[in-house]
Design a protein around this ligand. Structure first.
Ligand SMILES: *Cc1c(COP(=O)(O)O)cnc(C)c1O
Length: 357
């Protein structure tokens, strides 16, 4: 080893960080990341490849991803002037948190909720306050609003329906939150394609609202990085000014535009995913009743189910040994709906494991 000539020190907030580490290794069945189980079908893939073949690879991408944005806006019946493309919605969360707030600003989120909200908040030296959900993982909205005001929130951010709980807040309750607060409200609708309580078509009504969408879940495009922020013109202009100029690459733009034009395929796939999720949910509830190992199976509005069990760690490890990856939290399991054979294999292994307790 060469001698260390400098003595460079990382700032504290970085010294304590460890890189994001999704489950390592190869598994026969991946039900840990809430991806779609549909890969692109052969026709659409051929179309995508053909379009990629026409890309001028020596040129920078369109800074506003206009083709992808137009396809996204058409899919939801939105005006494209309200839409900003991001390198995954993750990048959009990062831009919003760093640029729309100051260091020491107050962020309010829910607990449990998507961990990236607090992650970026701490990276940008903000104060993150989490409002605890009820035992059944519902949210007392009036208390939540009070909490936001007490904490002098500069930004409120949560997912609906929620990752990881799979539960949802009805839209009149969400409206109540937006209308009661003057601060920025970021509503992450990553999973709203699996439920019917979206506020996307009300975006014009609110000048303090950003709705986030992603191509990684319902649309089966987790391999590319593409997410969208939908907001009124004031916020959208600021977002486009604050993002890095070439934040989404041409390949991702082309893939997104091509795939999002296949509306019927997307709707069909989403319906099948919901059916498979419902099947998984019903079977998990039956396992709960039969073995009393699952304390609660939550009512899912997403493409995954969420289970409360003291055996979470043990079940997680035993499933891994059978080459099935699910997501484990302390005392909970989150399992993404797979295709029919993946779900059968999972349910068979789950029953085998919990019948031995
Ligand atoms: C998966 C997920 C995202 C991230 O989406 P990307 O577009 O892949 O960055 C954002 N929010 C929630 C709640 C998610 O579960």
């Amino acid at each position: 080893m060469a001698e260390n000539l400098n003595n460079y020190k990382l700032v504290d907030k970085l010294a304590k960080l460890t890189p994001y580490d999704p489950i390592e290794g190869r598994f026969d069945i991946r039900l840990d990341a809430n991806e779609s189980f549909f890969n692109l079908d052969a026709d659409v893939k051929a179309e995508v490849l053909e379009k990629i073949g026409q890309i001028p690879f020596n040129r920078y991408p369109d800074p506003y991803a206009k083709g992808a944005v137009k396809a996204f806006a058409d899919l939801y019946g939105l005006d494209e002037k309200y839409v900003t493309a991001g390198n995954g919605s993750d990048e959009l969360i990062s831009i919003i948190t760093s640029c729309f707030l100051n260091a020491q600003s107050n962020i309010v989120t829910l607990a449990p909720d998507f961990s990236m909200y607090a992650f970026y908040g701490s990276l940008y030296e903000q104060k993150c306050h989490a409002f605890g959900k009820n035992d059944d993982l519902t949210v007392n909205v009036d208390e939540f609003i009070k909490f936001c005001k007490d904490k002098d929130a500069d930004m409120v951010i949560f997912s609906n329906p929620c990752n990881p709980t799979s539960c949802g807040i009805e839209k009149d309750e969400v409206r109540k939150i937006i209308e009661a607060l003057d601060c920025l409200v970021v509503l992450d609708e990553a999973y709203m394609d699996f439920w019917d309580q979206s506020l996307l078509d009300e975006i014009e009504k609110y000048d303090n609202l950003i709705i986030l969408k992603t191509c990684s879940k319902a649309f089966g495009l987790a391999s590319i990085r593409m997410g969208f922020a939908v907001a009124g013109e004031k916020i959208t202009t600021a977002l486009k000014a604050a993002k890095s100029p070439y934040n989404t690459d041409t390949i991702s733009q082309v893939v997104t535009e091509t795939v999002l034009r296949h509306k019927e395929m997307l709707y069909e796939n989403v319906n099948t995913i919901i059916e498979n999720k419902n099947y998984l949910l019903i079977k998990a509830i039956a396992l709960r009743d039969k073995y009393h190992c699952f304390e609660t199976v939550y009512p899912s509005k997403t493409n995954f189910i969420f289970i409360k069990t003291e055996k979470a760690q043990d079940i997680f490890e035993k499933l891994m040994k059978k080459s099935i990856a699910v997501r484990k939290f302390t005392g909970y399991l989150r399992i993404t709906a797979g295709n029919a054979s993946e779900n059968e294999k999972l349910l068979f292994c789950l029953e085998q494991i919990i019948s031995e307790y």
